[in-house]
Design a protein around this ligand. Structure first.
Ligand code: KG4
Ligand code: ZN
Length: 397
C-alpha cells in the first residue's frame, strides 16, 4: 500500500517477560520518526520466584498489563481524548480474545470511553518467542486492527534486536530518533545474545539476513541465568553474575572449558559449560573452599569462558565475510565485560562496533517499531490484515 506521511504507529512486544508498547510519529519525508511514547513493564519480580520465565504466567501478566498500558501510552503521546464511543465489531473481537477475557474487558472499557485515537498502523512481534506470550500481543493487535480499521505490520523480534542499534543516543528527545540507515557499510556481522537466542547473523543489508550459526543447546543468557541460580543468585542472573565477576580474581582452582572453541564452524554450545560449573561447585564445597570470593572467581571465569567463545567465533565470521561493522544486540549485550571485549576486537580490525543504548538492550517495543519501520520504508514490506496474523514461536530471520 502507498504510505501516507506523518503516520502514528503503535508497536507491541510481548514475546517473553516484558510487556511493551510504543507510539512513534513518522517524519514528513517518511525517512525518520519521533518517539511519542515508549513504555516497558518488566515481569522480572513475578518470574524470579520460578527461577526463569514461566510461560502461562507471562501470558496472564501480558493480558493484564496491555489495557492499562495502552491508556498510558495514548496519554503520553497526547492522543487520548475522553468521549463516549460505540464499538462496532465487538462480537468478532470477543472471539479473537476468547482466551484473554480480562484483556477483552479492559480493552473495550477503555475504547468505549475515548475517541478513536489518531493511530494509523500497528506493528507487533509475531515471533520468535514463547507461544502463549506472543499470542497475547498478536491477538491484542488483531483486536485493535478490527476496532480501528487499521493495518498490521508483523515484526521479527530478532530483527528488532538488530535494528535497536539504529536509535540515536537520546532518542526519546529527538525529532529524528533514527540514525540514517544509509550511513552503514555492508556486509556487517551481528551477534545476537539473549535469554532465548545465540546467533551469528550475516547482515547483507537492512532486512537481508542470513543466520550463519547458532547455539545447539542453551542460549548465552540462559546459561548466565542457570549458572546464577547455582550460585544462589536470583533470576535474571546475567546482571548479578556480571556484578560478582567484577570482584573475581584469576584462580587456578577455577578453570572452565571453552565449548566449541576449535570447532571451526559457527555453532555454539553452552550446556556443557553450565554442567562444568555445577561439578566445580560440588567439588569446591566438598573441599570446604566455597566462599563469597570463590563465587566471584567462578562468575569471572564463567564470563571469561563465554566471552572467549563469542569472540573467537565472531572474529572468524568478520574475517570470512570481510565485515565492515559488528552489531552486538540482545539482553546480554548489556554486559560490560562482553561489550568491552568486543570493543577491543573491532578496534583491532578497524571496523565499527554498534551496540544498543543500555535501555534498548533488553526486550522493548521501540526496537519493534524500528524494525517494522525499516522494513516498510526501505524494503517495502507489506501490511497484512488481522485475519492473516499468527504467532510463530520459531520464526527465523
Ligand atoms: O533480550 P532479552 O531481554 O530477552 C530475551 O529475548 O531473551 O535478554 C534477557 C537475557 C537474560 O538471560 C539476562 O540474564 C541477560 O539477558 N542479561 C545479561 C545482562 N543483562 C541481562 N547477561 C549478562 N550480563 C548482563 N549484564
Ligand atoms: Zn529479546
Amino acid at each position: 500500500m502507498p504510505y501516507s506521511t506523518d503516520m502514528n504507529i503503535l508497536a507491541i512486544e510481548t514475546s517473553c517477560d516484558e510487556t511493551a508498547l510504543s507510539i512513534i510519529k513518522t517524519s514528513e519525508d517518511n525517512k525518520n520518526f519521533k518517539v511519542l511514547s515508549d513504555i516497558v513493564i518488566s515481569q522480572i519480580e513475578i518470574h524470579a520466584e520460578y527461577g526463569g520465565v514461566f510461560p502461562a504466567l507471562a501470558k496472564r501478566e501480558h493480558a493484564k498489563n496491555l489495557g492499562p498500558l495502552l491508556r498510558q501510552a495514548l496519554i503520553e503521546a497526547h492522543l487520548y481524548t475522553e468521549s463516549i464511543t460505540t464499538l462496532t465489531n465487538k462480537d468478532e473481537v470477543k472471539i479473537i480474545l476468547e482466551r484473554e477475557p480480562e484483556l477483552f474487558d479492559g480493552l473495550t472499557l477503555l475504547l468505549e470511553t475515548i475517541e478513536q485515537p489518531d493511530i494509523d498502523m500497528i506493528m507487533v512481534t509475531h515471533g520468535p518467542g514463547l507461544a502463549p506470550a506472543l499470542w497475547v500481543g498478536v491477538n491484542f493487535a488483531r483486536a485493535l486492527s478490527l476496532f480501528w480499521d487499521i493495518p498490521i505490520v508483523p515484526v521479527n523480534h530478532m530483527e528488532g534486536h538488530i535494528t535497536s542499534i539504529l536509535l540515536k543516543k537520546d532518542y526519546l528527545h529527538q525529532e529524528m530518533a533514527l540514525q540514517l540507515p544509509t550511513d552503514f557499510n555492508f556486509p556487517m556481522i551481528s551477534l545476537l545474545i539473549s535469554g532465548g537466542h545465540t546467533q551469528l547473523v550475516l547482515v547483507k543489508d537492512w532486512g537481508e539476513y542470513e543466520i550463519i550459526g547458532e547455539t545447539t543447546d542453551d542460549a548465552v543468557g540462559e546459561a548466565f541465568d542457570k549458572v546464577a541460580r547455582m550460585l544462589d543468585m536470583k533470576y535474571p542472573g546475567g546482571p548479578k553474575i556480571s556484578k560478582a565477576a567484577a570482584a573475581g580474581q584469576e584462580n587456578e582452582l577455577i578453570q572452565l572449558p571453552r565449548p566449541m572453541l576449535h570447532s571451526k564452524d559457527y555453532r555454539f554450545s553452552f550446556s556443557g559449560l553450565k554442567t562444568a560449573v555445577r561439578y566445580l561447585i560440588v567439588d569446591l564445597k566438598k573441599q570446604e573452599l566455597y566462599s563469597d570470593q570463590i563465587i566471584a572467581d567462578i562468575a569471572r571465569e564463567f564470563e571469561h569462558a563465554v566471552t572467549d567463545v563469542l569472540i573467537k567465533k565472531t572474529s572468524q565470521a568478520i574475517e570470512e565475510y570481510a565485515a565492515q561493522g559488528l552489531i552486538i544486540a540482545g539482553g546480554v549485550s548489556a554486559n560490560d565485560f562482553i561489550s568491552a571485549s568486543f570493543r577491543n576486537l573491532t578496534e583491532k580490525y578497524g571496523i565499527e562496533l554498534y551496540l544498543p543504548e543500555k535501555r534498548m538492550c533488553g526486550d522493548n517495543s521501540l526496537m519493534i517499531a524500528t524494525a517494522g519501520f525499516i522494513g516498510m520504508m526501505y524494503k517495502k514490506n507489506t501490511t497484512i490484515s488481522q485475519r492473516e496474523l499468527v504467532a510463530l514461536s520459531n520464526l527465523k530471520l
